[in-house]
Design a protein around this ligand. Sequence first.
Ligand code: MEV
Length: 310
Amino acid sequence: PREGYGRTWAKTILIGEHAVVYGHPALALPLHSLRMQAWARPAAQGEESSLRALDYEGPLAGSGDRFGGLRRAVAVTLDYLGHPDQGFDIRTQSDFPAGRGLGSSAAASGAVVRALLDAYDVEASDDRILELTNQAEKVTHGHPSGLDAATTSGQDPVRLEHGHMRTVRPQGAAYLVIADTGVAGSTKEAVEGVRDRLEADPDGVGRLMDALGEHADRAIADLEAGRMEPLGAHMNRAQELLDDLQVGHPTLDRLVEAARAEGALGAKLTGGGLGGCMLALAADDGDADRIGAALKEQGALQVWVHQLVA
Ligand code: MEV
């Protein structure tokens, strides 16, 4: 093998997170400007694999729970390639923070899968890459819908329902303002909490899920018809439902309120919740800039503006 390189990017879920795990529709978009890169350099003969990622530097095998998904990505990809015993020095580098609902775990696994395939000059199909990345996501948070893996490797906005994906083509004009609360939210913990509540109250929590799915479908129809105001209203309603699912956080609430007060058409958490990032829909770039400034004033660590429709 040679040194291999792989690249993926961040994603943001516009609507439908959590309910998508139970077969309801959701919509997510790739954020191509926020890259995740991975390099895989063959280790010397007989040497074990090593990892440099986030603040970790050391043997891959000793990299702990945090990198369990990444270790699985390496193992399943080397198995697929037929070289399970080859060691690699693996390095990842990200333009966006981990643990904030932007898909960093799926993005890192996807980038490492691509880097290892590249090291052997093997071109795998998108479906195969997705399948390998999803194996890693199962370790990271147990029961992934596959939405993160698909969007962090994909070119287009994606609607996912019951594992079935289709491309969404936004119309009209709008901007997304994404802000990091600075509060680390564990997707695994959030997904497990929702599962516990669904088991305890299947009817009540099931109704919340149904409603989230309905708003997601109507939001997707609005986006494809360029109807931004109703789209924003669905996002606002989804935020209430996610709060009812108990995946909110006071800092998210504060930023959501601040965005709406500056004229956001809609605002909600994005991703697993319990912290992480929030998302606001802005009608134009002026609104997006004002909303971004207000979010920073309210303590957002970082703000990114993304043109939803060119
Ligand atoms: C996490 O980004 C999105 C969730 O819906 C989990 C999943 O889709 O696997 C919370």
